[in-house]
Design a protein around this ligand. Structure first.
Ligand SMILES: Nc1nc2c(c(=O)[nH]1)N[C@@H](CN(C=O)c1ccc(C(=O)N[C@@H](CCC(=O)O)C(=O)O)cc1)CN2
Length: 296
């Protein structure tokens, strides 16, 4: 292995410390405590773990955490009514509805009910449009965390060839917009892209967000490229359950210049950026200066 390992766990800890320091100053100087409301519908085990972590890390940063756990058969009307209450609550600066939602609920309708100023996931159509037009937006947490790691590693990304494999609204599309905003030449590739290995081999920055375990092989990676692996896939190996990314780590790390591991890469940055977005939302709501280095 020759690649530098980009340590998302350590990076996320630094972000959380920056958030905690800023929150402490906000309390002391303005008597304000940022608040994050997280809504979980149903009992998906992975979602329960993520929501617990979000609540714990929110409190550890000195912010207020409001958890709303609803039954799996909650009606759309009841969920929308809860969002309306959170939109109107001045103690709540950020609202997040944990995804995926149970099948009977329309995720687009639910997300677009959130006040865009409190949409700390950056999934509301207004924030999608603001990001796409290069305006100040709430930015989705996983792409924001990936961008922070890339900026930290490279300094400027200007002029680099970036390939994003995956076209989801949550990761692939906003990641491409952010890289374009940093003046990369961006290609969005996907499962139907012709000669996907050759497209990937042209990338100085390769972002894998395709949701297929270890699909991207070492011989798809340009020597010296930076590989950001957004995939989190649980697979069975030798009778044990393990997490792997969308990149075949060992073969890619032998070729890449830098690579994020799974676990311990992009994943921890997702929650750290959620905390940063909650702080940013609170600052914007109260007309205070935004935290430096924690926004796109
Ligand atoms: N409303 C949202 N729903 C979902 C999002 C999101 O950003 N907003 N993202 C994912 C889940 N997610 C946060 O919600 C998330 C996923 C993974 C991690 C993480 O730290 N992963 C660790 C491994 C954890 C493990 O052992 O299982 C890692 O990669 O090191 C944090 C948050 C879907 N839903």
């Amino acid at each position: 292995m020759s690649a530098t390992i980009i340590d998302g766990k350590a990076f996320a800890a630094r972000i959380r410390q920056q958030v905690a320091d800023h929150v402490a100053r906000m309390k002391a100087d303005h008597g304000l405590t940022p608040g994050l409301a997280v809504v979980l519908v149903g009992e998906d085990p992975a979602s329960q773990v993520y929501v617990r972590s979000k609540g714990k890390q929110t409190v550890e940063c000195g912010m207020a955490s409001f958890e709303h756990k609803l039954e799996a058969d909650t009606s759309e009307a009841d969920l929308l009514a809860l969002i309306d209450r959170l939109n109107a609550d001045p103690a709540v600066h950020g609202i997040l509805v944990q995804l995926p939602l149970p099948g009977h609920l329309n995720s687009d309708l639910v997300i677009n009910r959130i006040d865009p100023a409190k949409d700390v996931d950056g999934f509301h159509i207004s924030n999608v449009g603001l990001l796409g037009t290069g305006q100040k937006a709430m930015v989705p947490c996983t792409p924001l965390g990936s961008l922070m790691m890339l900026r930290d590693h490279h300094g400027s990304l200007s002029g680099m060839n970036a390939v994003v494999v995956g076209r989801s609204n949550i990761v692939g599309k906003p990641m491409a917009q952010l890289l374009l905003g940093d003046s990369c030449t961006v290609t969005i590739a996907h499962s139907r892209t012709r000669d996907l290995p050759a497209v990937c081999r042209a990338a100085d920055i390769l972002v894998a967000a395709v949701g297929r375990p270890e699909m991207i092989q070492g011989d798809w990676v340009k020597p010296g490229a930076t590989v950001i692996d957004v995939g989190i896939n649980r697979v069975e190996r030798d009778g044990k359950s393990r997490l792997v990314g969308d990149v075949d780590f060992d073969s890619a790390a032998a070729v890449a210049g830098a690579i994020t591991p799974v676990p311990g890469g992009v994943g921890p940055m997702t929650i750290a950026c959620l905390l940063a977005n909650t702080l940013t939302a609170a600052c914007r709501t109260h007309g205070l200066p935004e935290p430096e280095g924690l926004t796109a």
